[in-house]
Design a protein around this ligand. Structure first.
Ligand SMILES: *Cc1c(COP(=O)(O)O)cnc(C)c1O
Length: 376
């Protein structure tokens, strides 16, 4: 059996090596390293796949969030609702722009934004809400959109973990994650479901005006070269990464299927284990399983993680500390006990190896060790 990895990018690469190597060499030959035709083609292919009007590539998923907040015209003093149970980037860009993050609880089943808590925290200063489609499953966008429209605020979907996931609304309408709110943002970090071989990101929108703003901000605030209408930044996807992404996009559905098969294997194996709660399956979203995250009850999670790691099963905690309790964020005035649901989850969750290349033998080995730790 090959050693088990949290993410196995090498095996995946070897399967598409010929195609990727040729595409990368082709960019080198062309020397169109920045904003070359590969970038335009990728943006257009991704917008077709997502069925969204505009895809604006940028340098990474954190920039995508920052540019989105700039594009909606958020100003210091404006409040932005964000779940506390997320990767730091979501809150970081809010703080960086001198906006005020307002931390919201998550639903303990879905790990996504708790709409009642969000509702309770809306004030006259609220400018936007950022639902995070954590671990690969969509937040309940029917609820988010209804709340946002009533409060007249923007919706920016952080889709870094859920590219390709489908949200099905109450009306039966199916849309891709990131294409429902005003702006969607995503990351092509290598370990994401659609990952490149370096850094990359993108913003999605169906709104022409927002698309223009996003494009301009990502490109030094210019529409015409050397004419800077607004203050922007420098954030671009490079052509080599775009060339890799064009190839990997063609495999995304197959990758999602492989992740779902691994998840089904885990779900079946853990069915009778009452200490384990397997991922909740929402009626309104399918799951991209960026992470396969279980919740543990009556088990010492940290000891279990050590046991698994010692036995060749990498297992990780996303995320051990909620944002509202991070040292760098104390100025926003939160303290332990403020968000019992989120804080509870941080001591309960454990993510098992999840990627596109898990073999049956590896899955059996992982499951055996998980169960052995619990049952002895
Ligand atoms: C990865 C990630 C980001 C940031 O993406 P980068 O490309 O690493 O900047 C933002 N939000 C979430 C939820 C993520 O998982």
């Amino acid at each position: 059996m090959n050693p088990i990895q949290l993410v196995d990018l090498r095996t995946q690469y070897l399967k598409i090596k010929d195609e990727v190597d040729a595409a990368v060499l082709n960019v080198m030959e062309s020397t169109a390293f920045i904003n070359g035709p590969e970038v335009q083609s990728f943006a257009s292919e991704l917008s077709t796949y997502l069925n969204v009007k505009h895809v604006i590539p940028c340098a990474n998923g954190t920039d995508a969030l920052q540019i989105a907040l700039m594009a909606i015209g958020a100003k210091p003093g404006d409040e932005i609702l964000t779940p506390s149970f997320t990767y730091i980037a979501t809150a970081e860009v809010i703080a960086l722009l001198q906006l005020t993050p307002v931390f919201v609880e998550v639903d303990t089943n879905t790990f996504t934004i708790d709409i009642d808590d969000a509702k309770a925290k809306i004030t006259s200063k609220t400018k936007a809400i950022i639902p995070v489609h954590l671990y690969g499953q969509c937040a309940n966008m029917d609820e988010v959109m209804a709340l946002a429209s009533k409060a007249d605020i923007y919706v920016i979907e952080d889709t870094a973990q859920a590219i390709g996931s489908d949200f099905t609304s109450k009306t039966g309408k199916k849309q891709k994650a990131g294409c429902i709110g005003h702006i969607g943002t995503t990351s092509f970090f290598p370990s994401k479901n659609l990952g490149c071989y370096g850094d990359g990101g993108a913003m999605m929108t169906n709104d022409d005006d927002l698309a223009n703003q996003l494009k301009m901000i990502a490109n030094h605030g210019q529409r015409i070269k050397y004419h800077h209408d607004i203050i922007g930044c420098n954030s671009r996807l490079d052509s080599i990464q775009a060339a890799v992404l064009r190839i990997k996009l063609k495999h995304l559905e197959e990758y999602t299927k492989a992740r779902n098969e691994a998840a089904t294997f885990y779900n079946d194996a853990f069915k009778e284990i009452e200490e384990i709660t397997t991922p909740f399956i929402a009626a309104y979203s399918n799951h991209g399983y960026h992470q396969y995250t279980i919740k543990l009850t009556g088990v010492n999670r940290d000891e279990m993680q050590s046991y698994l790691n010692e036995n060749g099963v990498p297992a990780n905690i996303y995320y051990p500390v909620p944002v509202h309790l991070q040292k760098g964020y104390t100025e926003y005035g939160s303290k332990a006990g403020d968000m019992p649901k989120t804080e509870g989850l941080t001591s309960q969750v454990l993510s098992l190896p999840m990627h596109t290349e898990l073999s049956k033998e590896q899955l059996e080995y992982i499951v055996e060790h998980v169960i052995r730790f619990i049952k002895g």
